[in-house]
Structures are given as C-alpha cells and as structure tokens.
Write a protein that binds this ligand. Structure first.
Ligand code: NAD
Length: 439
C-alpha cells in the first residue's frame, strides 16, 4: 500500500515510520524545507527514543521517503494522513489553519479516490470542514473525484511514541464509509495482532474521544495536585494517599502522581480547546476550568516553596534539573520549567540548568539568560538549592555525597517526588517535595 503522511512532527514522523516498518510505502511531507532536508540526510529534527534507527532502516529499504511536494506524494497514495499542528488560537480554540491548508492542497491536487485521514487533534465538526474544503477545491476544477474522510486521533506519548504506536491500547477510527473501514483495518492490522482493538465510531465521536481522553488525564493530575497541597497543610503524605486510592480498581494507580503540573504540546491546548468548544455551544465545562486553574498555580509551586524558605531569591543561585516537559523528550512546549525559570529570573535568581536532551529547545526560549551546565553535577556548583523539575532516570540515584560537596546548602526542592524523604534526610539533605510537609 502507498500512503502519504502530511506533517513530520512528533505524530507524523512516528506514524509514517511505524507504517513503513510494516512494509507500507510511506511518503512523509512537510512544508518545512529544512526539516525535510535534515531527514533526507539522516538527521532527526526531534528527539524520540528509537526513532532515528527506525527511520534509517526504512529509509534505506526504500519504503520511507521525505518530500515537500504533496501533489507528487499523493499521486499513487490510497490514503493521505493529516498530522499537522493544531496550536491554540488566541481565544483558546484549536487553530485549524494548518489542517485546512492541507485539506485545500489535497483537494486541489488529487486525481483519484483517496481516504483522507485526520490524525491531528481537532474539535468536533472538523471532519465536516475538511470534507467541505476538499470538495470546494474539486468543484473549482469540475472534478468528480471521490474521497472519504476518516478521523483517527493519535494517542502516542512523546518519549515512548514508538512503543505506543506499535502497541496501542486502542485505535480509534471515526468513519462513515465501508470501503474506508476496510482500508484502515488493513493498514492497522499489524498493530492489532496482540489484541489491541480498533474501535469504530462516527467521526464526531472519534474527534470527541481524543479531547475527552486528554481532558480526563489532565483532570487526574490537577485533582491530585490539589489533594497534595491540602495534604501538606494537614500533615498527611500524598504518596501514601496515592497508594491507598490507587489500589482501588475503580480508581487505578496510573496518572495520580502529584508534581509541578502538566505541560507539553497536548494537555494544555486540548483542555483549553474543549473549554472553548463548551463555550461556543453554550455549555460551561466547570470541572475543566478548575483543572486549568489548578494547573496554572501548580507550575509555580516550587518557586513558592523556595520563597518561603529563603524570603528573597535576589542574588541566589538555583540549580534546575530537567527542562523538558517530561523525560525522554526534548519537547519544551508549555513545560513547567518555562514558568519556573521565568519566575526565578524575575525574583533575581541566577539559574544553572541541566537537561539530557532539551538544551537546543531551551536556548530558543532563554538564550543567554540562564547557564546551561554540561552535566547534572556541574549545575550544582555554588548553587543555593536544587530544583528537580523533570524526572529523568539519571536523577533518581545520583551521588548524594558529591552533591553535598558541590551545593552551597544541602537543599533539594523535588517537584517530582523521586526520593524517599527518610533516606534523603539521612543523607544529610533538607528536602522539600510535593504533598508532604517534612519537619
Ligand atoms: P508538530 O508541531 O511537532 O509538527 C507539525 C508539523 O506539521 C511541522 O513539522 C510543520 O512544519 C508541519 N506542517 C504545518 N503545516 C503544514 C502543511 N501545510 N503541509 C505540510 N506540513 C505542515 O506537531 P505534533 O506534536 O506532531 O502534533 C500534530 C498533531 O497531533 C496535533 O494536532 C497534536 O495535538 C496531535 N497529537 C500530538 C501528540 C504529541 O505527543 N505531540 C500526541 C497525540 C496527538
């Protein structure tokens, strides 16, 4: 089968490469010439574990191609997937300009029946908008070429995108045509062999499923952060509370850790967009508004703790471990570190940061306003305190003795609760974490 994937970001590049891995002939298209040139030269534009090797393998086998020319790419394609960005517009709604620009181009170029699959996260009703946009272009050319629209939202997580794509919990397919179902099932069959189901539904429900999933996950995070803050005031330990509730099958142990709030390219924008969809339809999504409010506050929780401890941060040096919004990615979109570092700088602190892979992205934001340390220990030299912002594995069992000699004060503010409070106290550190007030 020949397919085209439009957009070579986290979703498009991973999806296209994983389809190629199953023997499908894939052309990944992007408007970003630089990205396509990099990919054609074997250079990855993003950091995603395992992706580089898989791209390389499929590129060399001649099943994976990179191009800026959508028209040529779709000439022999049965399926074209739209996987471009849907960033938040000024009013919080998903900005559909990139999706609709692709739809327009497909409509103006296609010359045979195709299945147009929307993989981007888009509000309910976008399937219709894409259909109308494509049809309008066909009408302009007096073309009677047929097409079907499918909604196939993507659930991969950055940092484990390949595993998620190859072994998805489920594949959601919003579809209204039998012939499209057959082709999509064929395309996804290799990923369903271990019993991962394809759940078929109408297009609107598929679009809504994606927003509901992300909003539910964001709700779990904000709820537990709210509970963590109350635990601190009451003298309870949120980690114990989490274990206590997580063992209840109705609740489950996943996604109930407290921390510095959710970030990344999906949860913040998708929560915003769903609130906006509610507003546009005269429905006030009160729970989600609170989820967003709690999250905004939580991003500054470590800075509030620092201020409480020091009074003022003027002239203090603060080491920050972790910049990416989560481990195993270089993505810094909406990362809590952005808010934390901004506030530290506003309070007059000097910031020494370390992250395994996100420096390139961080430099785009902070330039020379912070110091980029060559390793996690270098960041600690002459620092008054350490903040742990992203739970990279290398931070989990560091050399505490070395850390104590480097830090000015043996003081850790852990936004990810990665250490055992008792052990860290025994190691001679003053330890502040989330949801547990230590005396
Ligand atoms: P991204 O910003 O990493 O990549 C988008 C790509 O699309 C860019 O390379 C851009 O140059 C390209 N593009 C824009 N307009 C184009 C056009 N007209 N023609 C060709 N290419 C074009 O985005 P992403 O993180 O991969 O997300 C894509 C979509 O998938 C979004 O809707 C997002 O919400 C959703 N999603 C993202 C993730 C994730 O973890 N990143 C997970 C699930 C779903």
């Amino acid at each position: 089968m020949n397919i085209t994937v439009v957009g070579t970001g986290y979703v498009g590049l991973v999806s296209g490469t994983c389809f190629a891995e199953t023997g499908v002939n894939v052309t990944c298209v992007d408007v970003d010439k630089n990205k396509i040139e990099m990919l054609n030269n074997g250079i990855m534009p993003i950091y995603e574990p395992g992706l580089s090797e898989m791209v390389d393998r499929n590129f060399k086998k001649g099943r994976l191609h990179f191009s800026t020319d959508l028209g040529s790419a779709i000439k022999d394609s049965e399926v074209v997937m739209i996987a471009v960005g849907t960033p938040p517009g000024e009013d919080g709604s998903a900005d559909l300009q990139y999706v609709l620009a692709v739809a327009k181009e497909i409509g103006s170029q296609m010359d045979h029946y195709m299945i147009i699959v929307n993989k981007s996260t888009v509000p309910v009703g976008t399937g219709d908008k894409v259909r109308k946009t494509v049809q309008a272009e066909l009408n302009k050319r007096n073309s009677d070429t047929g097409f079907d629209i499918v909604s196939n939202p993507e659930f991969l997580r950055e940092g484990q995108a390949i595993t998620d794509f190859l072994k998805p919990d489920r594949i959601i397919v919003g579809v209204e045509s039998e012939s499209a179902v057959k082709v999509i099932n064929r395309l996804y069959k290799p990923f369903m062999l271990n019993g991962h189901p394809v759940i078929e539904m109408d297009i609107k429900s598929a679009e809504m499923t994606k927003y509901t999933a992300n909003s539910m996950l964001a709700t779990k995070i904000s709820f537990m952060n709210d509970i963590a803050n109350l635990c601190e005031l009451l003298g309870a330990d949120v980690n114990k509370v989490r274990e206590g509730i997580g063992s209840d099958k109705r609740i489950g142990p996943y996604f109930i850790h407290s921390g510095t709030g959710y970030g990344g390219s999906c949860f913040p924008k998708d929560v915003k967009a769903l609130i906006r969809t509610g507003n546009d339809n005269g429905y006030d999504l009160k729970v989600l508004k609170a989820v967003e409010e709690v999250n905004d506050l939580q991003k500054s929780v470590l800075v509030r703790k620092l201020l409480k401890r020091f009074g003022s941060l003027e002239g203090k040096t603060v080491a920050v471990w972790g910049l990416a919004f989560k481990p195993h990615t270089d993505d810094m979109r909406e990362a809590p570190s952005l808010v934390i570092i901004d506030e530290l700088l506003k309070h007059g602190a000097k910031v020494k940061a370390y992250d395994q892979v996100a420096f390139k992205e961080a430099k785009k934001v902070f330039g020379d306003r912070i110091i980029y340390s060559k390793d996690q220990y270098a960041a600690l030299e002459e620092a008054d305190a350490l903040l742990i912002v992203t739970e990279w594995p290398e931070f989990r069992d560091p050399n505490f003795t070395k850390m104590k000699t480097l830090l000015k004060n043996p003081l850790i503010f852990d936004g990810r609760n990665i250490y055992d409070p008792k052990e860290i106290k025994e190691a001679g550190f003053e330890y502040h974490c989330i949801g547990l007030k230590l005396t």
